[in-house]
Design a binder for this molecule. Structure first.
Ligand code: AMP
Length: 397
């Protein structure tokens, strides 16, 4: 059975066609510059061969039309006819408080996703466009929405409410939602498999450390706390996002720099974080390289990041009354041995003992703690697309 996974951005679209028998992707691709001049589709076959297609792609319907055409292309396609695609899973950023799991899309679901646009103004509209395009071009094929926020809906109220007047929650639904839920869910499930224990018996801290980063406390298979908040701006300092701040700073900077709401939002999302502190780059590889060459601001950016991650791990171990395993995933978590070593340094208070040799691993599932480490440390490459496909198949079968 084959499931198509779609992840729509405002001017881009990523897709994977996954064979659910082998749980491997048989086609993968990216459409860029949707609605702009010079639109391009880069399609890769299972064997990695690349096909670049340029065309006019005015909107998401045209983009999906082109993707479907590529998937059935006799030369580089993956299926003979579209009928072979059993269902489509869509990544949707924000499901608000309405969705605590993935759902088959119907009119009521679409309405609810539209209602969440104010909470995810940059992402939900293209996500909706992608679903509508597939509904139009693949009539009769089930569409499933998989929300970044859904896994975090199990947080207790005292973890998701802010210290604001309650009316703001009632009027505007201001609360912590959390993001990267599909990734945290996937790696926590894999951790249970690796540790050979049922998820119900485990206390896990999942560290998704990439360009965007978040940490989640998972007890008994359920999220009880996460570092991102009302938006993906909160929590750790990230590639270009500031993470947690004293909220008074926002008004102070707006006054001092004489800037408005859109500008401060843009500033906090795109000019801060590791980029803002280091002045070098938002890319951790560049910043690590600069720090190794003696750039002190690059060193400082990495030190803040490591310090933030360690604080969250400590806080979440406290919130769960212990931790059985810490999981590292995403670009930095999967690949950077030096960041993992710095984060896990002096963590004997929760029983972490890192195996420095095993920690050299990159991009593969591995327990990198010493055999007698009371708290295990796992590297688990995330696979959000597979998680979306698994949910899609489960719901539609
Ligand atoms: P992601 O958002 O998960 O794609 O992660 C992107 C981030 O991972 C970028 O900042 C990359 O610099 C970082 N990254 C990827 N490979 C490495 C590596 N080998 N060492 C350090 N950072 C890495």
């Amino acid at each position: 059975m084959k499931i198509l996974v779609i992840n729509c951005g405002s001017s881009s679209l990523k897709y994977q066609l996954i064979d659910m028998t082998t749980k491997t992707n048989i086609s993968i691709g990216l459409v860029e510059r949707i609605g702009l001049e010079g639109a391009i589709l880069t399609h890769r076959t299972a064997s990695g061969e690349k096909e670049v297609i340029t065309a006019e792609i005015p909107d998401h319907t045209a983009a999906i039309g082109l993707v479907l055409k590529a998937l059935v292309d006799p030369k580089y396609g993956a299926v003979k006819e579209l009928k072979e695609i059993y269902a489509v899973g869509h990544r949707v950023l924000h499901g608000g408080h309405k969705f605590s799991a993935s759902v088959i899309v119907d009119d009521a679901v679409m309405e609810a996703i539209v209602e969440c646009i104010p909470l995810g103004p940059l992402h939900n509209p293209p996500n909706i466009a992608g679903i509508e395009a597939c509904q139009k071009l693949m009539p009769g094929v089930s569409q499933v929405a998989v929300f970044d926020t859904a896994f975090h809906q199990t947080m207790p109220d005292y973890a998701y409410m802010y210290g604001l007047p309650y009316e703001l929650y009632e009027k505007y639904k201001i609360r912590r939602y959390g993001f990267h839920g599909t990734s945290h869910k996937y790696v926590s499930q894999r951790a249970a498999v690796l540790l050979e224990k049922p998820p119900e018996d485990l206390k896990l801290i999942s560290c998704h450390l990439g360009n965007g980063s978040s940490i989640t406390a998972i007890r008994g298979g359920k999220c009880i706390e996460t570092s991102m908040g009302f938006t993906p701006l909160a929590g750790l300092l990230m590639g270009t996002r500031c993470g947690d701040l004293d909220p008074a700073i926002v008004a102070y900077v707006m006054g001092k720099e004489n800037i408005g709401i859109d500008q401060i939002n843009d500033y906090m999302n795109k000019k801060c974080g590791v980029l803002g502190v280091s002045g070098v780059s938002s890319d951790f590889r560049d910043v690590e390289a600069a720090a190794n060459l003696g750039n002190d601001r690059a060193r400082l950016a990495l030190d803040i990041f490591v310090h933030d991650v360690r604080k969250y791990i400590g806080a979440y171990a406290a919130a769960m009354d212990g931790v059985d395993a810490i999981i590292f995933t995403a670009g930095v978590g999967e690949n950077s041995a030096s960041m993992r070593a710095a984060i896990c340094d002096k963590m004997s208070y929760i029983g972490v003992s890192l195996d420095q040799e095993k920690n050299k691993t990159r991009g593969q599932e591995l327990d990198i703690s010493e055999i007698n480490s009371a708290c295990k440390v796992l590297v688990i490459p995330t696979n959000e697309e597979l998680m979306i496909a698994v949910d899609t198949l489960e719901l539609t079968r």
